[in-house]
Every structure is written in structure tokens, then in C-alpha cells.
Design a binder for this molecule. Structure first.
Ligand code: ADP
Length: 622
């Protein structure tokens, strides 16, 4: 896991390293170039300074050799160099002049090259008598009037700068006056400066330098010719002239170059470093074949460049890391934004769905309300139809009953006719007892007829819809009374069972009787043709319920009848006999009373219909 992670980061790490490397390199280059440019400016300034001081130092004495030509004694001595009495005088003069001028030595050479007078005449190693015709400054002066030369003295091995001028009278060259100047003082003043400085001659030999050990070393290898010329002129008095070990690294603008000086030999005690990399700036010294070189050490520039490079590397790493962090942060923000957007989208989607569902729901609600309204309308229509049917059912029963009723009424009517006719006759005969008996019988018959028509009217009357406490056993009796004729015609054995006290239920007496008439009528139909038909009717109370049962001993309910018993217009009876509405209407009526009606087959045969209805308290008698 971690190795995969580090592998994933490898390109970033490499990129970081490359970036650090590049920026370090660039910073190093720039810092170095700027540092070198800075050093160059300072170096040029130093060059100006040192050149001026050297020129001044040399220029100070430039006129001095020529002035000796103004001395008669000097000229006279040159005219007759051997055994001249003037020699001591001239020597003394030169000694004095040398002291005053602060030069190393002043001497006069005759035309053959021999020293005829010298400031150091007192010393044992005085120049007097020495042949210096081989010295270049002598030749130069003879040839051109003036000679300049830096060299080491042949007698005392003292380095110095020789300035020579010819001395001549009107007709010929008499000799050469030479002044040897020490540049030690100048060198000493250079040794305290911040950067090493040196003067090289035309052969690349260091003749002056702020570093003592550099003196009389060579910047470039000397060829054999030059070396043999040195031997001849004894310019460096047979010094070894070892190479300084300066190597050029790079050429820069304005004659500047980068050089390296190898560290050799024992450590030198100097105020500045004398080995390592330097910026070398050179300038030829006017009037001499010399070159003045200022060396500025690159140590500081290198240090600064290195620290800048390190700083740039760290800075680049920091910027890179910052970039990475910002990128990471940007990505993180983008992810968060995307997540928020997704969330918003999900939210919008959810809201849209909720709106849709709400719209659906409200549509469904509207539909439901419409449906409910429709149902209510249907219910009302049904109820109206049911009421109509109840009424129609009643009329059907009335129709059914009408024959019986007609028969029932015809009988008493015929009896009335007979009794009233007999009554008149018995009255005529004066038989009042029989007449009374006839009249009483007539009254009984009329009562009975009134009862029949009253019941019929009550049955046919439309229900008021007002519920009241109804005596259940009385209702049963009324129903039986309505069917009295059929029952007696068929010789039905009625087994009636009613408890005491009589139970009451909250209902409509007429409509309850209609139900019972219907149930008993069906039972009679079922037992049609039986020899000993028996009808069992009972009323009982179970808890808060009253239960009325009508059981016949007929064939019982057929399977199809059981399935469709309470469906309207279901009948197994012949057309015109049954409408198939009786049980439907009855069940509806019972339901209105808060009760139930059910039909089943009795285990011992026949059908049994059970009507259950809530009990109510017996009403108080007025
Ligand atoms: P209808 O008497 O006009 O046919 P009902 O709704 O009163 O209409 O009765 C429906 C049917 O139920 C009858 O046709 C009959 O088949 C059956 N039925 C009702 N009562 C009885 C019963 N006591 N015994 C056998 N079948 C019955």
C-alpha cells in the first residue's frame, strides 16, 4: 500500500528535484554573474588606482638621470673617464643626490659601458669599474636616448627599476646616467590592500607583487631563447623563475578572465587568500612593457552564489509545495462543489418527485373524492331504489296476499250476509235471543275483517323511518297473523317459542314484520306439497342481542342458493311466482336496524334463517 503510494508520488518527487536543481543552477549562475560584474567594477577601480600610483612612483624619477647632463663635472669625467681628478667629486655628488632623492643608487656609465662614478663608491662592492654594457637599459639609452628596465642587481642582487638617459655634449654621446629606484615601498603599500596585485614584464615574469612569494615567478612557461637572453642580460640575476601555477579558466569581457592559482608549498600568511579562483583584470602600464594585474578572489562570490542557489532551491521547493497544496485545495473545493451540486440535484430531483407525487396524490385524492361522491350518489340512488323495491316488494306480497285476503274477507262477508238476513227474520219472529247472538257474531266478524285490512294497510304503508322499541314476539305473531290463511290452508304445524318477559329491539315494527312474513312465506313455499309441514319459530336473547329463527322442514337451501341467497333477483321459483327480491330487501332492512340476517341448512334438515338484532329496554307504558 505504502510502496504503491510512494510510487504514485515518485514523478512529483522527481519533478520537485528537477525544479530545485534548475532554480538552484539558475540562481547560482545569476548570483555569480552579478557578483563577478560587481568584482569587475571594483577591480577596474583598483586597476586605475594601482596604475596611477605606479606611474607616479616611476614618473617621480623620470627626469633625474637627464639632469646629470647638466653637471659639467659629470660630463668632464665622461670625456676623460680614466685618471680623472674629478671622479671623487662626482662620486660625492652622486652619493649626495642619491641620499636626497631616496633612490637605491645613481651611477654614470661611459660610452664603453663601464661605470665611472657611482653613489655607492664607498662600498667595497661598488659598481665603479663594472662593465654594464650588457644591461638592456644601457643599450636602450645609447640607441634611443632613454632606457627603462626592471631587474635584479648583478652586484648585490637587489631588485630595482632602472631609469637611464644618455649624457651627451654638442658633438657626441659621452655616456649614460642611471638611477636605480626601489619599488619596495609601493609593494609594501600594496600588501595591505584587499586583493592581490602584481606587475608582470613582457615575458610574464612577476616583477612586483603584493604577495612576496609570487615575485619572480612566471605566469607562462619561458622558452629557451628567453631563458638564454635572461642569462645574458642577467635581468633576474639567475633566479629560478618558477611558474606561479596560474591557470586561465574562462575569458570574460573587457580583458578580464577567471583564473585559478594552485595551492603550492607552505601556507602563506596573508590578509587575503592567495590560492583558488580569482577574477584577473589586467592593464598595460603606459611607457613600459609591463602589465598590471589585479586579482579578486571569487570565494565570496561563490559563497553568495551557493547560498543564493540553496535559497532558490528551497524557495522553488516551497513554491512547488504551495502550488501542490493550492492544487490539492482547488481539487478538494471542486469535489466539494461537485458533491454539493450532486446533493442539490438529488434534492431537486426529490422535490420534483415529491411535487409529482403530491400532484398524483391530489389527483388521486380528487379521483377518490369524485369516487366517494359517486358512491354516495350511487348509495342514495340505491337506497331510493331499495325503498322503491321495499315498496314494490310490499305490493308484491299484497298481490300475493290479495287472493287470500279476498277469500278471508269473502267468508266473513258471506257469513255477515247470512247472519244479517237471519237476524232480520229472527227479529220479525221476535226471537231476540237469537237475534242478539247473530249481532254479536256479526260484530266479531267485522272486528276480524278490520284486523285483516288494518294489518294489510300497515304493511303496505311506507315506513316513516322512525325507529322505536318493538316487541319482538308481537311482531312474530303479527307476521303469522298476516299469513294466517295460508298457514291454516296448508295445515301447518307451528312450533313457536318466545321467552318472557318479551324482548324489545329498536326498529320499525312494519318493516320487521315484512321481513318475518317474507321468511315464513319462503318456508311455506319450501314445504309446499309436504304431508306434515312443520314450521319452527323462536325468539331468544343472547347477551345484548335478540335472535329470531325461522326453520322449516323443506329440502333446505341448494348450493347455488347458499352462494347467491341475498343477491337481488336470485330465485329458483317459477316466473311470476318469485321475484328474487324478498331476501335482498329483508337483509337491507335488518342492516338498517343494526342487525344481521343469515341463512343456513339445519343439521337435522330443512333451512334455518337467523335474524340477530340489538336489544333495547322495554318502553314505559303511558
Ligand atoms: P323469491 O321467494 O321471490 O324467490 P327470495 O329472495 O325470498 O325470493 O328467495 C330467494 C330464493 O331463496 C328462493 O327462490 C329459494 O330458492 C331460496 N329460498 C328462500 N327460502 C328458502 C327456504 N326456506 N327453503 C329453501 N329455499 C329457500
Amino acid at each position: 500500500m505504502s510502496s504503491r503510494r510512494s510510487l504514485r508520488h515518485l514523478p512529483i518527487f522527481i519533478l520537485l528535484l528537477v525544479l530545485m536543481g534548475l532554480s538552484s543552477f539558475a540562481a547560482h549562475r545569476i548570483a555569480q554573474q552579478l557578483g563577478i560584474a560587481d568584482l569587475q567594477a571594483t577591480g577596474l577601480h583598483r586597476l586605475d588606482l594601482y596604475t596611477a600610483s605606479l606611474e607616479r612612483e616611476i614618473g617621480k624619477y623620470a627626469f633625474l638621470p637627464g639632469t646629470l647632463g647638466l653637471e659639467r663635472d659629470v660630463l668632464d669625467l665622461l670625456r676623460k673617464p680614466v685618471d680623472n681628478k674629478l671622479a671623487p667629486q662626482v662620486n660625492a655628488y652622486l652619493e649626495q643626490l642619491n641620499d636626497r632623492a631616496g633612490t637605491l643608487s645613481i651611477y654614470v656609465i661611459d660610452a664603453s659601458g663601464h661605470v665611472v662614478a657611482s653613489s655607492n663608491w664607498r662600498r667595497a662592492d661598488s659598481f665603479i669599474g663594472e662593465d654594464l654594457s650588457f644591461r638592456p637599459y644601457f643599450r636602450e639609452a645609447i640607441d634611443s636616448g632613454n632606457g627603462r628596465f626592471f631587474g635584479i642587481g648583478t652586484t648585490r642582487g637587489e631588485p630595482g627599476y632602472y631609469l637611464a638617459s644618455t649624457l651627451a655634449d654638442e658633438s657626441r654621446t659621452l655616456g649614460v646616467a642611471v638611477i636605480k629606484v626601489s619599488l619596495e615601498q609601493l609593494e609594501k603599500s600594496w600588501s595591505t590592500v584587499e586583493a592581490p596585485v602584481m606587475v608582470t614584464d613582457e615575458n610574464g615574469v612577476v616583477i612586483l607583487g603584493s604577495v612576496a612569494d609570487w615575485k619572480f615567478t612566471t605566469l607562462r612557461p619561458l622558452d629557451e631563447n628567453t631563458r638564454s637572453a635572461f642569462d645574458q642580460t642577467q635581468q633576474y640575476n639567475r633566479r629560478a623563475l618558477k611558474p606561479l601555477g596560474l591557470k586561465e579558466i574562462q575569458e570574460l569581457d573587457h580583458g578580464a578572465r577567471l583564473v585559478r592559482i594552485a595551492k603550492e608549498g607552505p601556507e602563506m600568511v596573508t590578509v587575503y587568500p592567495v590560492a583558488g579562483r580569482f577574477l584577473a583584470q589586467s592593464r598595460p602600464l603606459p611607457g613600459t612593457p609591463w602589465t598590471l594585474t589585479v586579482l579578486s578572489h571569487l570565494e565570496q562570490v561563490d559563497d553568495i552564489a551557493q547560498s543564493r542557489a540553496a535559497l532558490a532551491g528551497v524557495g522553488a521547493a516551497f513554491l512547488f509545495m504551495l502550488g501542490l497544496m493550492l492544487d490539492e485545495r482547488r481539487r478538494h473545493l471542486k469535489d466539494r462543489l461537485a458533491a454539493r451540486e450532486a446533493l442539490q440535484q438529488a434534492h431537486d430531483e426529490l422535490e420534483r418527485k415529491v411535487d409529482e407525487r403530491t400532484a398524483d396524490l391530489s389527483a388521486a385524492n380528487h379521483l377518490l373524492q369524485d369516487e366517494i361522491a359517486e358512491r354516495i350518489r350511487a348509495e342514495r340512488t340505491l337506497r331510493a331504489a331499495q325503498d322503491e323495491l321495499v315498496q314494490a316488494g310490499k305490493l308484491a306480497v299484497i298481490g300475493q296476499l290479495s287472493t287470500g285476503i279476498a277469500h278471508e274477507l269473502n267468508q266473513p262477508l258471506a257469513a255477515l250476509r247470512t247472519l244479517s238476513g237471519n237476524g232480520v227474520r229472527f227479529l220479525d219472529r221476535g226471537d231476540l235471543t237469537t237475534t242478539r247472538a247473530n249481532l254479536e257474531r256479526i260484530a266479531q266478524l267485522v272486528d276480524r275483517m278490520g284486523l285483516i285490512t288494518g294489518q294489510l294497510r300497515a304493511f303496505a304503508r311506507k315506513s316513516s323511518g322512525q325507529l322505536q322499541a318493538v316487541a319482538l314476539c308481537s311482531a312474530l305473531d303479527n307476521a303469522l297473523a298476516l299469513l294466517e290463511q295460508r298457514l291454516s290452508e296448508r295445515g301447518i304445524n307451528i312450533v313457536r317459542h318466545c321467552p318472557l318477559p318479551e324482548p324489545f329491539s329498536l326498529c320499525d315494527a312494519n318493516r320487521l314484520e315484512q321481513v318475518l312474513v317474507n321468511l315464513i312465506g319462503n318456508a311455506l313455499d319450501a314445504m309446499d306439497g309436504q304431508s306434515a309441514p312443520c314450521l319452527e319459530i323462536s325468539c331468544e336473547t343472547i347477551g345484548q342481542q335478540a335472535r329470531l329463527t325461522v326453520r322449516d322442514h323443506g329440502p333446505g337451501l341448494a348450493e347455488e342458493a347458499l352462494a347467491h341467497l341475498f343477491e337481488p333477483f336470485f330465485t329458483t321459483k317459477e316466473a311470476g311466482v318469485g321475484l328474487g327480491l324478498g331476501l335482498t330487501i329483508s337483509a337491507g332492512i335488518v342492516r338498517d336496524f343494526g342487525g344481521t340476517l343469515s341463512g343456513a341448512n339445519h343439521p337435522a334438515g330443512g333451512a334455518i334463517f337467523t335474524l340477530e338484532i340489538p336489544l333495547t329496554a322495554e318502553p314505559r307504558k303511558p
